[in-house]
Design a binder for this molecule. Structure first.
Ligand code: BGC
Length: 761
């Protein structure tokens, strides 16, 4: 009896203590209650308004009369504005001239670094190094916050399996689990442990949800997907970011299950808030509310009410909230309680950032002068870039090159600083970026050994060039005839020991509103490459791209291909580090490279179908395949070469059967059998052999990036728990089903060792 009452008391105490809000939450609630008691309905609606300041353009329309609106309490925050001094002066208007002196929140698309620019997120993901990824976000936060920014529209965690979609560049690739780990690392990096610190900023997970699955890879296009797939695949990175404590979420432009995300109550309220427990605020994407008119959901008043009801708290640029919500309250279409809830969430974010204590917390000119674009930050950006590069081919070990080689450095991107950083380099100074030419000079110390020739434009079609250049960054169009440019490059090649051809895309060939139907290297660049190959000199292709390209021709013809994505402000130095062997490449693809555009969507974690091909076959009548190309991609998920080689032992399992709650240890020995010390990304996949719903042929569950010295063998141990075997079943319950599983370990998703175990009841 006594024991029971002690137990009851303990349970009561635990429940009671858990239910008690923390003192700071009590303080925050009191503060906001008091503030809101003074606010008019107009002022509350004002907090939900997020105009764009216009220092940069990230959308089509512009916000107007911002200063006047700030004074009238009609602005909650501002984005697309930079420098500590400017932000300070705008903040001053808000806290000195508006009636209630509520500070503004300042946002920006700090996507892959601020002034020290890191690789585009897709490149960053190929490092498979979560500490480095977190550090890149930490540095981005540190630099941006020194310049007045306290909120970033990042991480973008949209899973995508369609390289036609230009925004694949902004995400972490095709895998839900890896995408989730990256999302977590980014949130940790931006927000740190203490949001009130002056060098941490609020993260914004975007674009919720499913934006990466737009039909035909056309940006902003329709998405249609089963809930089963949403829960098992596309939702996972967003959910991971929310679990990590991301303070805000951005809605996506697309529809989800027939209703635009911006007005989708099921998505925002049921899934995000209720099922995942998200307590932060939700911002629309750029004019996302207004776009619901074109989606066919009603007029501005109707769609604004729909968005508020769905759970949108902040309206980016479009001012549907500002201009219609009051009227909708008067007409009984929405309630003041709904506006209060949204306003409270915005004020809470400002409170958590410490803006009520010190509205100028992020505007320290001293920090702006000493903490941005520092040598230390740039050094880490350079290291990170090198880790993100993926060596796709290296026939005859052409790479690494000798530092005293005579080099023909050719191609439209060889001597180009403007295109090194890639899309969404909002604050970076492109002119300062290190080009491949700069980098090679720095690393070899022999500028006299390099002959530079452009060889071709990035694209052959000047109209396409104009469209790519629309976002402000030049592609460096050269009006000389193609054959003249090629002849110049061939001459350079003939005088050299080796050719480095820097080819690929312009920065803005990928990113927002940059979809393509043809993802091959443009013909003019291919003509250049063919002419270079014809010289008989060894040719190394260095590739700049924001998406997987269809490189079958290049893979068939060019001996060495190093993909440097868009590596950021230090990319040119980093690529020279790799080309000349100071750094051994270790990046692995997080997105499959198709053989051709027609294979899209292509991803390693597909289903088996009822008519799969047998192993090793590439065509069989009445099986699921193509007549003209195999089912396999050119380079699979997880793939990437090193200058050294790794071999894998067979897998050993600690047991062959596990019960719920038990673990199984998976061990494998990885040996460095080549001539260089190198890092290997050891990857573990599973396959659930029988399920109540169909299951993918492989799913990444664990990975470890390890340094293995030449001649050394390391034993890697992974632990699989029942949790790792769970998935959302047909009823969307998260369960592990007893039965047989396969486990695979290898250096990519295709070349693996395998073993089997089973889960019993
Ligand atoms: C993009 C968002 C971005 C926003 C603000 C939109 O066009 O879809 O990713 O954060 O603009 O610049």
């Amino acid at each position: 009896m006594k024991k029971i009452s002690i137990l009851m008391a303990a349970i009561f105490a635990a429940v009671y203590l858990q239910a008690q809000p923390l003192p700071q939450e009590v303080k925050m609630k009191q503060f906001i209650d008091e503030l809101m008691s003074k606010m008019t309905l107009e002022e509350k609606i004002g907090q939900l308004n997020l105009p764009g300041a216009g220092d940069f353009t990230t959308g089509q329309t512009a916000s107007t009369d911002i200063g006047k609106k700030i004074i009238e309490g009609k602005v909650g925050g501002l984005f697309n504005i930079s420098t500590a001094a400017k932000i300070r002066s705008v903040q001053q208007v808000a806290v000195e001239k508006s009636r209630l002196k509520i500070p503004l929140i300042f946002g920006m698309d700090v996507i892959h670094g601020y002034k020290s620019v890191f690789p585009i997120p897709l490149g960053l993901s190929c490092s498979w190094d979560m500490e480095l990824i977190e550090q890149s976000a930490r540095i981005a936060a540190q630099e941006a916050s020194a310049d007045g920014i306290c909120w970033t529209f990042s991480p973008m965690v949209d899973l995508s399996r369609d390289p036609r979609w230009g925004r694949i560049a902004e995400g972490g690739g095709e895998d839900p689990y890896l995408g989730g780990e990256i999302a977590r690392a980014m949130v940790r990096g931006y927000q740190g442990n203490d949001l009130t610190a002056n060098n941490t900023i609020l993260a914004c997970v975007k674009h919720f949800a499913l934006y990466g699955a737009s039909e035909a890879g056309r940006d902003y296009n329709t998405v249609d997907m089963s809930r089963h797939r949403m829960y098992n695949e596309y939702f996972l990175p967003y959910k991971a970011a929310v679990e990590e404590g991301a303070g805000s979420v951005m809605a996506s432009f697309n529809e989800v299950d027939g209703i635009p995300a911006t007005g989708n109550k099921w998505l925002m309220d049921d899934v995000l808030r209720k099922q995942w427990g998200f307590g932060g605020f939700i911002v629309t994407d750029y004019t996302g509310i207004n776009e619901m008119i074109d989606h066919g959901m009603g007029d501005l008043q109707t769609v604004s009410a729909l968005a508020l009801e769905a759970g949108m708290d902040m309206d980016m640029v479009g001012e549907g909230f500002l201009t219609t919500l009051h009227k909708s309250v008067n007409e009984g279409k929405i309630t003041t309680a709904q506006i209060d809830a949204a306003c409270r969430r915005i004020l809470e974010a400002k409170y958590k950032l410490g803006l009520f204590d010190d509205p100028y917390r992020y505007c320290d000119p001293q920090r702006a002068a000493t903490e941005v674009y520092t040598d230390a930050n740039r050094k880490i950006a350079r290291q990170t870039a090198a880790e993100s590069f993926v060596l796709l081919k290296n026939e005859g070990n052409i790479l690494p090159l000798k530092k005293n080689a005579k080099i023909a450095l050719v191609g439209p991107l060889a001597d180009d600083r403007l295109n090194m950083c890639g899309t969404w380099t909002v604050a970076g100074e492109f002119e300062k970026a290190i080009s491949v030419h700069d980098g090679i000079k720095m690393v070899t110390g022999k500028p006299e050994n390099i002959i530079v020739a452009k060889g071709s434009n990035i694209v052959s079609d000047s109209l396409l060039e104009t469209r790519i250049g629309m976002f402000g960054k030049a592609t460096g169009w050269d009006s000389r005839p193609a054959d003249v440019m090629i002849a110049e490059a061939v001459k350079a090649a003939e005088k050299s020991d080796v050719v480095i051809a820097v080819l690929g895309e312009a920065s803005e060939s990928s990113g927002e509103s940059s979809s393509l139907t043809n993802i091959e290297i443009p013909q003019n660049q291919r003509d250049l490459m063919q002419a270079l190959l014809n010289t008989g000199k060894p040719v190394v292709m260095v590739l700049l791209t924001g998406r997987p390209l269809a490189l079958k021709w290049e893979n068939d013809n060019v001996p060495a291909i190093l993909n440097m994505w868009f590596g950021g402000s230090e990319a040119g130095a980093a690529v020279a580090d790799v080309i000349f062997g100071d750094v051994v490449p270790s990046g692995k693809l997080t997105t499959s490279f198709p053989l051709n555009t027609g294979q899209i969507p292509i991803y390693y974690n597909h289903k088996n179908t009822g008519r799969p091909l047998a192993d090793g076959q590439w065509f069989s009548k009445f099986r699921s395949n193509y007549l003209d190309v195999p089912n396999e991609p050119l380079y699979p998920f997880g793939y990437g070469l090193s200058y050294t080689t790794f071999t894998y032992s067979d897998i050993s399992l600690s047991k062959n059967t596990i019960k719920p709650g038990e673990n199984i240890e998976v061990k494998v020995k990885v040996s460095n059998t080549g001539k260089y010390d190198g890092k290997e990304v050891v990857q573990l996949y599973i396959r659930d052999m029988v399920g109540t719903t169909t299951r993918p042929v492989k799913e990444l569950k664990k990975f470890e990036k390890v340094m293995i010295k030449k001649g050394e063998t390391r034993e890697i141990t992974f632990k699989i728990t029942e949790e790792d075997l769970k998935f959302y079943n047909y009823n969307l319950d998260f369960v592990a089903e007893p039965g047989d599983f396969k486990v695979f370990v290898g250096g990519n998703s295709r070349d693996v060792k395998e073993a089997s175990f089973s889960l019993t009841k």
